[in-house]
Write a new protein. Structure first.
Length: 200
């Protein structure tokens, strides 16, 4: 918890309610239900900041379970080929703090916050540096193939559930995903979103 949280809790009279949340809902590890939940998810929102505090939010997606839990305080996720900007990874090398937000819009209508510290490792470091089991390594190779360019390792410091009260229920539709494609047609960039010219 931050100093700012405490100051505002005192100002707005929520200290008792917040203390109950910290004591009953926030943990510094991933429990079994959290681990199972992460293993079912096909997307996650991530938040990073550079060493000056300038923030960036981003989205990651993959096959269900593409974010893999190594133990109750360590998870990894793959970095696929993107636009080459590397904004999130650039922030991580300046400031390791990271926030991950998993949301199940389809079934459970629940979210999971995971905050911690991140670092980047290359594909050839997975087995040796993280002591990944042969079974898990085989699963990664089988399901990911050559798609990941590198990986992000997150050491968990906080984890807590986001209630379902305001999470909308959505429906999944079938679509083809061209992982890591440089094909302009596949990218389907929306011209009015990417156009740098200002309209008068």
């Amino acid at each position: 918890m931050s100093r700012g949280e405490r100051l505002l809790q005192q100002r707005y009279g929520t200290t008792k309610r917040a203390s109950s949340f910290y004591e009953n809902q926030m943990v510094d590890f991933l429990n079994e239900r959290m681990i199972q939940f992460i293993g079912e998810q096909s997307m996650v929102f991530i938040a990073t900041a550079d060493d000056k505090g300038n923030c960036d939010s981003s989205f990651r997606a993959g096959i269900p379970g593409f974010v893999r839990v190594l133990d109750n305080r360590t998870l990894i996720y793959p970095e696929y080929r993107g636009n080459g900007v590397l904004a999130s990874l650039g922030n991580i090398i300046e400031n390791p703090h990271i926030g991950l937000m998993f949301i199940d819009f389809l079934e459970k209508k629940v979210g999971l916050h995971v905050n911690g510290k991140a670092r980047i490792i290359e594909n050839n470091q997975l087995a040796a540096e993280l002591q990944i089991s042969r079974t898990l390594l085989g699963d990664i190779v089988e399901k990911e193939g050559s798609k990941p360019e590198r990986w992000v390792v997150v050491k968990v410091e906080e984890a807590y559930i986001h209630c379902s009260k305001h999470i909308p229920k959505m429906k999944k539709v079938d679509s083809t995903i061209d992982w890591g494609s440089d094909d302009e047609v596949a990218k389907k960039e929306i011209s009015f979103m990417s156009n740098k010219r200002k309209n008068n």
